[in-house]
Design a protein around this ligand. Structure first.
Ligand code: SAH
Ligand code: MG
Length: 239
């Protein structure tokens, strides 16, 4: 079977390598994005405004994956690390039909202002609580408060992902989903560290460390998907 698969995609003298996926690329990405459902007008406006102001919000493909995962898990509580102007928090509320308690963390004052404005303007978003401050500190506070979440979306400082993961693990309820965004960094994480620019090397090292630790963790089953900018999806089971 393996032999036949190899013959179909590689020259006859191919070694033991398994066939490599050829599907990732701009066209595929555009096609997948075109399948993602439209947003309500006000949310589409929020998305457009954020893009115009160059706020790095979740892309269409990531929206598709999050909507699917939220529908599968049906969380009773959601945690987000990295609110920005509130687009993804509002989006997740839309996915679950609104009213599900969602805690989101942001530290940049201008973004906090914009997010708060959105969360108070739209009555659908009343279940969102914005926690201001450094994510590492707020995550430790949430643990001290004994909080647990069914769904956690990590989308903050990329070099801090290993630390965030350590702080998020105790916050996962049994059966929780944990999703992290921007794990492939435009594909650069899959490259050798020697090919990445010096300034990106810290992110490269830390992201590799995060993925290694996540996949080494016995209490979660994880996958890394080349969706959007690369996303890990994990499910946590208490043992
Ligand atoms: N999830 C948002 C986008 C988040 S962008 C969306 O898709 O709509 C990442 C955000 O993380 C930025 O707004 C940045 O200010 C915030 N951030 C980065 N480091 C942080 C930290 N240490 N504590 C809290 N927020 C942080
Ligand atoms: Mg992101």
């Amino acid at each position: 079977m393996k032999e036949r698969l190899l013959q179909e995609s590689t020259p006859a003298d191919a070694d033991d390598r398994l066939p490599v996926s050829q599907v990732n690329g701009e066209k595929t990405s555009e096609y997948i994005s075109s399948l993602v459902p439209d947003l309500p007008d006000w949310l589409a406006d929020t998305e457009r405004r954020a893009k115009r102001e160059e706020v790095p919000i979740i892309r269409k493909e990531a929206q598709g994956l999050l909507r699917f995962l939220l529908s599968a898990r049906q969380p009773k509580s959601i945690l987000e690390v990295g609110t920005a102007v509130g687009f993804s928090a509002a989006f997740m509320e839309d996915c679950v039909g609104y009213g599900v308690p969602l805690t989101t963390i942001e530290k940049v004052p201008a973004r906090i202002e914009a997010a708060k404005r959105l969360f108070t303007e739209r009555s659908e978003l009343a279940a969102i609580t914005l926690r201001e401050g450094d994510a590492a500190e707020v995550l430790a506070e949430l643990a001290a408060e004994g909080r647990k979440f069914d769904f956690v979306f990590l989308d903050a400082a990329k070099a801090q992902y290993p630390i965030y993961w350590q702080l998020i693990r105790p916050l996962l309820a049994d059966g929780a989903y944990f999703v992290a965004d921007n794990v492939l960094q435009e594909g650069s994480i899959a490259e050798s560290k020697f090919t990445v620019q010096r300034r990106d090397r810290t992110i490269h090292l830390r992201m590799r460390e995060f993925v290694r630790e996540l996949f080494g963790e016995k209490s979660v089953v994880s996958t890394l998907l080349p969706v959007g900018d690369g996303m890990t999806v994990s499910v946590y089971h208490e043992r």
